[in-house]
Design a protein around this ligand. Structure first.
Ligand SMILES: O=P(O)(O)O[C@H]1O[C@H](CO)[C@@H](O)[C@H]1O
Ligand SMILES: Nc1nc2[nH]cnc2c(=O)[nH]1
Length: 287
């Protein structure tokens, strides 16, 4: 097993950040591939390259800038990861999820995760936004889990319940915001599946995932959600559907990283609008 990270390392990072910013965020946002533009909407920014922050890994995936940005979004103090870490980059799942426990020590109560994903649900269109209702953790089913190893009770219990990881009230609020913003035709709710990557799915894998009830597939998000839920954070997740996953050997559509990034950059505006509205409503009686 790769080396676990001890409490003092998370604390060291949190203390380093707290001594350099006056922001005390209750909300953290993780930006998926090509979705980092959201961080630019934060006011009164304090930004730190990941390479400067003790304990943070390096960001190598395309479309992930590698900056932690503190600031104010719709009146709420937030911290935003402009780029995330993936297992396929060679990071251990402890490193992939390192920032989430740092956020916990900074006082964050709500984690918003976003990603670019391919759709398996036939009704979904490219550019749709999927509210994540639940997930399937393919690496986790095979024993790769960031909660493996000795459990630190200061973060959470040995055997966390995961049946309601994605907060019901926030999902309902996002639906209502979709209606209010007149974009409900482009909003879906479904099941996200994490695969290890970095290759995209074979046709047989795509068919298998569809039979398993997967609506959208990607290579991230689930480890961060496990760690956030374990330490008692509220979690809300959105997938931007950047492509339809090929399901047929005759299918001429071949997904590429360039296409994923181009679609997410082009369509990120809707996702950002929902997140900004959601953040504005956090702390009200419905959220
Ligand atoms: O999940 P995010 O970080 O958005 O990235 C998604 O986009 C990449 C594939 O193009 C994969 O890393 C996939 O997981
Ligand atoms: N695994 C996987 N990840 C993605 N990220 C964006 N699109 C896809 C996809 O089709 N498959």
């Amino acid at each position: 097993m790769q080396d676990q990270i001890c409490y003092d390392n998370y604390k060291n990072s949190a203390d380093w950040l707290q001594s350099r910013t006056k922001h005390r965020p209750k909300v953290a946002i993780i930006c998926g591939s090509g979705l980092g533009h959201l961080a630019n909407a934060l006011e009164s920014q304090d930004a730190f390259p990941y390479s400067d922050i003790p304990g943070f890994p390096h960001c190598t995936a395309p479309g992930h800038a590698g900056r932690l940005v503190f600031g104010v979004l719709r009146g709420k103090s937030c911290v935003c990861m402009q780029g995330r870490f993936h297992m396929f980059e060679g990071h251990s799942l402890y490193k992939v999820t390192f920032p989430v426990r740092v956020f916990k020590l900074l006082g964050v109560e709500t984690l918003i995760v976003t990603n670019a994903a391919g759709s398996l649900a036939s009704s979904y269109k490219t550019g749709d936004i999927m509210i994540i209702r639940d997930h399937i953790n393919i690496p986790g089913l095979g024993g790769f889990n960031p909660l493996n190893g000795p459990n630190d009770e200061r973060f959470g219990p040995r055997f966390p319940v995961m049946g309601a990881a994605y907060d019901k009230d926030l999902r309902r609020l996002a639906w209502d915001l979709g209606k209010k913003l007149a974009i409900s035709d482009h909003v879906q709710e479904g099941v996200y599946c994490m695969v290890g990557g970095p290759n995209f799915e074979t046709i047989a894998e795509a068919r298998l995932l569809q039979r398993l009830g997967v609506d959208a597939v990607g290579m991230s998000t689930v480890p961060e959600v496990l760690i956030a839920s374990h330490c008692g954070m509220k979690v809300f997740g959105l997938s931007l559907i950047t492509n339809k996953v090929a399901m047929d050997y005759e299918d001429q559509q071949v997904v590429t990283q360039e296409e994923v990034l181009a679609v997410s950059r082009k369509k990120s505006h809707t996702l950002q609008t929902i997140i900004m509205e959601l953040v504005a409503h956090l702390g009200s009686s419905t959220a």
